[in-house]
Write a protein that binds this ligand. Structure first.
Ligand code: ATP
Ligand code: LTN
Length: 332
């Protein structure tokens, strides 16, 4: 499909997990040859919960280096830092006026995060989905590859786009979420019915992309499974084992059937070790590459400044159209 645009972003709010990789970045890689892709470091979203400023800055660069180390090619995609393109905040303001407070209060992520950060339920946290809508709509994206937890935000983006188009005339492309059939929701290794999350307090629940081999093997060894002994994919019945099979398939590129066949008749111990090894072997070169890129400061800042410049050009065009539609004076 020629001429289609893809938009996605990750918040530089913590160490990425293999959930972020499997549900998100892995999906992005397959699109860069086919589509016009924009991938951002969503640092403006990140400050909706408290961040240590020096850490936020460091993590933003680490995330950029990680994208590239995972295989995102900055020559093919537009890789940039959200706060370097002022139109995100500007469009969010306009979209705020076509979004209802009730809709934002009903968002699952808002409710979860309000509970988790009860002492800091700030306006930004509530407005998070509107900023996300602004991200996506600025680039007239057709597709938004994300994990399952973000579907509700893409849905509200569609509602906002349709509402704006109806009120002011055709302005925005109405985007679609692209969710993988397998791997859109990698579960916690400790509570396999919960999503693996970078902000989980239990360090054994998540495998980080920065973990070394020993740590990875140890975490998989301790992964919660069940009292049975069968290795097969049955998410309802065998959440833990199914999660490990999903991770194995994602990291080896094998199909679920191949993975199941490989482990049929084998014990859980051997299985967990194999999953850990597949993950560690895949991550080792990514980690080495990320470290190499981070050291090359001139290269990285060059990539980000040319990314911001490209993003700015597209964003400016859309914002100017929006300003015209809503009746903002833009000079003669
Ligand atoms: P936090 O726990 O701090 O809210 P997070 O781990 O959910 O963060 P995000 O930055 O919110 O990470 O998400 C980045 C991308 O990774 C999104 O597309 C999200 O859907 C995806 N993602 C996050 N966790 C998982 C998971 N466990 N399985 C699959 N995809 C995931
Ligand atoms: N909220 C997203 C990150 C994000 C995003 C976006 C994803 C910010 N802006 C635009 C897709 C499109 C998350 O993954 N937590």
């Amino acid at each position: 499909m020629e001429g289609k645009t893809v938009y996605s972003a990750i918040q530089p709010s913590g160490n990425l997990t293999i959930g972020n990789y499997v549900g998100s970045i892995r999906n992005w890689l397959t699109m860069q040859d086919e589509y016009d892709c924009y991938y951002a470091m969503a640092n403006m979203h990140a400050i909706t919960v408290r961040q240590e400023p020096s850490e936020l800055r460091r993590r933003t660069l680490e995330l950029a280096a990680l994208y590239i180390a995972c295989g995102i090619d900055p020559e093919k995609c537009t890789l940039y830092v959200q706060s370097q393109v002022p139109q995100h905040a500007e469009l969010a303001w306009v979209l705020n006026t076509v979004t209802y407070v009730g809709e934002m209060e009903r968002m699952t992520q808002f409710k979860d995060k309000s509970q988790k950060h009860a002492d800091n339920i700030n306006m930004g946290l509530m407005d998070y989905p509107v900023l996300m809508a602004a991200d996506i709509l600025l680039y007239q994206a057709d597709f938004v590859p994300v994990g399952q937890d973000q579907t509700q935000h893409v849905e509200i983006t569609r509602d906002i786009a349709i509402r704006f188009n109806n009120r002011f005339g055709e302005t925005f492309t109405v985007p679609k979420a692209l969710i993988l059939k397998q791997g859109a929701k990698i579960a916690s290794l400790q509570e396999p019915t919960k999503k693996m999350s970078k902000s989980d307090e239990n360090p054994n629940a998540s495998v980080y992309l920065t973990d070394d081999k020993d740590t990875i093997l140890r975490k998989f060894k301790r992964a919660v499974t069940d009292s049975g002994n069968e290795i097969r994919f049955a998410p309802e019945e065998k959440a833990g084992v199914s999660n490990l099979l999903t991770i194995y398939a994602a990291f080896t590129g094998k199909t679920m059937e191949e993975a199941e066949r490989e482990f049929s008749g084998k014990g859980y111990g051997e299985f967990k070790l194999a999953v850990g090894e597949a993950v560690a072997d895949k991550l080792a070169p990514v980690q080495a590459e990320q470290a190499r890129i981070l050291k090359d400061k001139a290269y990285l800042s060059g990539v980000l400044s040319s990314g911001a410049e490209r993003a700015f050009k597209t964003a400016r065009k859309t914002l100017s159209k929006v300003y015209r539609k809503v009746g903002f004076y833009q000079g003669e």
